[in-house]
Design a protein around this ligand. Structure first.
Ligand SMILES: Nc1ncnc2c1ncn2[C@@H]1O[C@H](COP(=O)(O)OP(=O)(O)OP(=O)(O)O)[C@@H](O)[C@H]1O
Length: 251
């Protein structure tokens, strides 16, 4: 059986009375492509924000590779191998694609900079960045400002930047939102390749149920901050709580 990489234990998060997370627990095994789905306002982005350290839960624990992450900043979590992309693009639009992706690689290398000569660090950063650009077929655009690219390619650059940090686990917030069917298929292929090639475990929030059921190894369904279902994708449609709350039909 594969090793557990990430565990959430009884997470609670409220915003002035609004319960974004109401006792969320689940676990992700190494090598999973784990999808988080649920209607608008279900708490999916809040969950990623708690896992990545942007929000501090009022209650509960996040454990990554056996270590409780309480009190650790987002940067510390990235250095430990917990990467993240955002729902709305967070690229530096005026910077080239290469420089954006190098920023991701810098974060990964940043943890041990004091121990390496500067030239070696720069080589390592450049090497990581170029490798990922090549892998995601972005090399032809490396000197183009990120903001000048079509939206679909910008989304791919954001994924590239996160992968350049060599995460053990990458949290992806709606990586396919706003993409055409062809762009979605391309991105799905890149994610599956990255998972196979670099052994990165993927946790993605996604609205496209068809894509989720086709791609994922495990699914977490949320509604109003609660977990309705965790298990294999095949069981999602048959689950009566999911059918009622998420798919909008009575069980
Ligand atoms: N920073 C915040 N301040 C106040 N309320 C918030 C904040 N972030 C989230 N919420 C509230 O928490 C609840 C869960 O929101 P969240 O964005 O996590 O849901 P979601 O499942 O990601 O939704 P969507 O699919 O629309 O992105 C919502 O009621 C939302 O209004």
């Amino acid at each position: 059986m594969s090793k557990t990489l990430l565990e959430a234990h009884d997470l609670h998060l409220s915003f002035r009375g609004v319960k974004a997370l109401a006792g969320v627990s689940f676990s992700v095994a190494e090598g999973d492509l784990f999808a988080v789905i649920g209607p608008n306002g279900a708490g999916k982005t809040s969950l990623l924000n708690v896992l990545s350290g942007l929000y501090r839960p009022q209650q509960g624990r996040v454990v990554f590779m056996g270590e409780d992450l309480a009190g650790q900043s987002p940067q510390q979590r990235v250095r430990k191998g917990l990467g993240r992309t955002f729902q709305n693009l967070e690229l530096f639009r005026g910077m080239t694609v290469l420089d954006n992706v190098k920023l991701g690689a810098e974060l990964a290398v940043g943890g041990y900079t004091d121990l390496m000569p500067k030239a070696q660090i720069e080589w390592k950063i450049r090497h990581h960045a170029e490798e990922v650009l090549d892998y995601l077929h972005l090399s032809p655009y490396r000197h183009v400002p990120a903001g000048a690219l079509p939206y679909g390619l910008q989304k791919r650059v954001e994924v590239a930047r996160a992968l350049a940090g060599r995460p053990k686990l990458l949290l992806l917030d709606e990586p396919m939102a706003g993409l055409s069917l062809e762009e979605k298929q391309d991105l799905a292929r890149f994610l599956l390749d990255a998972r196979r090639e670099w052994g990165v475990t993927l946790v993605l929030v996604e609205h496209d149920l068809k894509a989720v059921l086709e791609l994922s190894t495990g699914v977490l369904v949320m509604s109003y901050g609660e977990v309705l279902y965790q298990g294999a994708p095949a069981g999602v449609r048959e689950n009566p709580r999911v059918a009622e709350a998420y798919l909008g039909r009575s069980a």
